[in-house]
Design a protein around this ligand. Structure first.
Ligand SMILES: *Cc1c(COP(=O)(O)O)cnc(C)c1O
Ligand SMILES: [Zn+2]
Length: 404
């Protein structure tokens, strides 16, 4: 079975308690499985459909036949030889999380999160979001038939994500402040009005997201890569992926563990600064700024978990500029045919920077996670890329164009 445990003071809590942080010390909670009770073989796993519920024994739900699912997970792992060559590494893969039902890895968290919400008797769910969390929660709440409230930093949301939250019928509220303020507000309203909170402070959500690790290992023939590179905002995903690898390792499904590498945008890089200074907690960035809206976060709530993941895996953290992010987005789009939103491209931009700096060995087997789909943020493409060409409707004018 499984229960909740505080990562700061170690206190344990029953899985049926509706808590998001340790009631004793406010520390972050994590879900702990008794792995000695779990026996699942590679052959059993391989006999099932390729989606998140392929790893059902490691998902903390009471009854997996009643989960709220949109068939999330099962995303492609592309071998990216052309990009590997460009960057100068031997073996590179792209785990394309944009291929999830609502276009980001958040769906992995929400299938478990919304299932837990129903198990705990909730009739409404809420979140603050830089965009993808709200898009995903709105869809899963719709599937579950419960109400959904989302708070967004007004005017700072990529248009595709906002459209999704509206499309799925969430109550969408723009807050005239940044994400960190919106998160504080939604935590208050959730506590006051019995709305179940599904930000990544919620430990159940991260359980769904750890399946990214299971899938990567599974797709590599039950082997961990040498390194996994992850874009980092609120620090939930990198922590979840590390937890997934640790559990597969403990169960004997993989023999090695990867090195975790977290990449932030330069204008929103509190984790990177804390990591480089060797600090055990982050100093919030009051005015986070980057075109990569999904990681424009100044006070990452899961930073303690991410710092632990970096420490345990002997990992590293680095930041990249917006220009480097766009360059990597272009590389993915034009050398691999994979369209990603800017935040996603941070992983590839970070890899390039770290390889050039000699911090990553060129002979490693590396997986870069791309977190969200290009159509989440079409405006960035219109602003940063070539404009469409308009001409008079004549063959001569058209020939002029194709002849350059
Ligand atoms: C949420 C998100 C991130 C950041 O993940 P964290 O768990 O907040 O660190 C990165 N990229 C995309 C596309 C996202 O939606
Ligand atoms: Zn505690």
């Amino acid at each position: 079975m499984f229960h909740l445990r505080c990562i700061a003071c170690g206190e344990v809590y029953d899985r049926r308690e509706v808590i998001y942080q340790c009631p004793r010390c406010s520390g972050l909670l994590e879900v702990v499985f008794d792995l000695s009770e779990i026996s699942v073989t590679k052959a059993e796993i391989e006999s099932r459909a390729f989606n998140l519920w392929r790893y059902r024994e490691l998902m903390p739900v009471e009854d997996y036949t009643r989960v709220v699912s949109l068939n999330e997970g099962g995303t492609p792992l592309y071998r990216a030889d052309t990009i590997a060559e460009e960057i100068g590494v031997k073996e590179l893969y792209i785990k394309n999380e944009g291929a999830n039902p609502t276009g980001s890895f958040k769906d992995r968290g929400m299938t478990v999160g919304v299932t837990k919400a129903l198990e705990l008797g909730a009739t409404a769910v809420g979140c603050a979001s830089t965009g993808n969390t709200s898009a995903s929660l709105a869809a899963y709440a719709a599937k579950a038939g419960i109400k959904c409230l989302v708070l967004l930093p007004a005017g700072k949301i990529a248009i595709g994500k906002l459209a999704q939250a509206l499309l799925h019928g969430a109550i969408v509220v723009g807050i005239k402040a940044n994400f960190d303020v919106a998160l504080k507000l939604v935590r208050e309203i959730c506590a006051k009005h019995n709305i179940y909170l599904l930000n990544s402070i919620n430990p159940w959500r991260l359980e769904g997201q750890k399946s990214e690790a299971f899938e990567i290992a599974d797709q590599l023939g039950f082997e961990a890569p040498d390194r996994v590179v992850v874009p980092v905002g609120n620090c939930g995903n990198i922590s979840a992926i590390w937890k997934g690898f640790k559990e597969f390792h403990e169960l004997g499904l993989i023999d090695e563990l990867p090195v975790m590498t977290g990449i932030q945008a330069e204008g929103a890089s509190p984790l990177v600064r804390a990591f480089k200074a060797g600090e055990s907690s982050v100093t919030p960035e009051p005015k986070p700024e980057t075109i990569a809206t999904a990681i424009r976060i100044g006070a990452p709530v899961n930073a303690p978990k991410a710092l632990l993941a970096l420490k345990e895996s002997r990992g590293i953290a680095e930041s990249v500029t917006d220009e480097e992010i766009i360059e990597a987005q272009k590389l993915l789009a034009r050398k691999l045919g994979v369209g990603v939103e800017p935040a996603s491209a941070a992983s590839v931009a970070g890899l390039k920077k770290l390889v050039e700096a000699g911090e990553i060995d060129r002979s490693e087997r590396i997986v870069c996670v791309t977190t969200g789909h290009a159509l989440k943020d079409p405006e960035i493409i219109f602003h940063r890329y070539e404009k469409p060409i308009e001409i008079e409707p004549s063959i001569e004018a058209l020939e002029k164009v194709i002849n350059g």
